[in-house]
Design a binder for this molecule. Structure first.
Ligand code: 3PY
Ligand code: MG
Length: 260
């Protein structure tokens, strides 16, 4: 059985059950970073093709490592192009994170590209996701539809206006809040503006009412318990780069503090 069918379903199942899960963004585009983080205990990683220089070959190498090691890996796509979504899922991504989802029509476009049952996604069984043809085609399509995760980012004022219609769309697995873009789009001053907190609570309430997992980007784990208390259960904390930098700064600081 292909690894996607053993690890992907587990993540989606845990999300649906409301079990808190945490991952990080990957911005360093080499497979070795995935290989190292597969040993970290993180629940998943998100390969950031929106804000890092991933090309298709970079994604393929990272997804190969994720598959081989059983680490669920989503791809944050740069835009909503169906061909890119299809490629990511063919290469074995466990799902896509969709930046700037502004309407139910946006969700529909992504779902058409991601779900075989809608009869618009291009089909090939000879992919990593299809276990290189070593699985019955019908069974593969059924499992892919059942297991792939669609995380829609809520990070625009238009998305706030259309939150109910986005959250009501059954193709959405997770409403993922992007606080930086959301604050910018709403015209707020910065991450500590209390109105941003209100917007996050609104998204959590609407998402939970429609039975969606609600996710949030956090730069540190300190606020995770408070966010779990309002129904947010999926977290992406920082990135490989921020984790590397904070570890290295800690090492440098220890040396700087030793009296000479
Ligand atoms: C944002 O904060 O805008 C994000 O997209 C974080 O993932
Ligand atoms: Mg964003």
């Amino acid at each position: 059985m292909s690894p996607i069918h053993t690890h992907g379903p587990l993540l989606r199942k845990r999300m649906r059950e409301g079990v808190p899960v945490i991952g990080t963004f990957l911005k360093t585009t080499c497979p070795q970073t995935v290989e190292v983080l597969a040993r970290s205990g993180l629940d998943f990683v998100v390969l950031d093709a929106e804000h890092a220089p991933y090309d298709i070959a970079g994604l393929d190498g990272a997804l190969l490592a994720a598959h081989a090691l059983g680490l669920p890996a989503l791809v944050r796509i740069p835009d909503h192009r169906p061909s890119f979504i299809n490629s990511c899922l063919d290469m074995g991504a466990h799902g896509v994170m969709v930046p700037h989802t502004r309407s139910a029509a946006d969700v529909e476009l992504v779902a058409d590209a991601a779900r075989y049952a809608r009869r618009k996604r291009g089909f090939s069984p000879s992919t990593r996701a299809g276990n290189y043809g070593q699985i019955d085609s019908c069974e593969y399509r059924g499992r892919a539809d059942a297991n792939n995760i669609i995380c829609c980012q809520i990070e625009d004022s238009e998305a706030m206006e259309r939150l109910e219609e986005i959250a009501a769309n059954n193709s959405v697995d997770c409403l993922f809040i992007g606080p930086a873009d959301l604050g910018l789009s709403l015209g707020y001053d910065g991450p500590n503006d209390p109105r941003l907190g209100d917007a996050i609570r609104t998204i959590a309430e609407v998402g939970r009412r429609h039975g969606r997992t609600v996710g949030l980007f956090v730069s540190s784990v300190d606020i995770v318990p408070d966010m779990i208390a309002i129904g947010i259960t999926l977290f992406v904390c920082g990135s490989d780069q921020s984790i590397l930098l904070s570890g290295a700064k800690g090492v440098a600081q220890i040396m700087a503090n030793i009296p000479t």
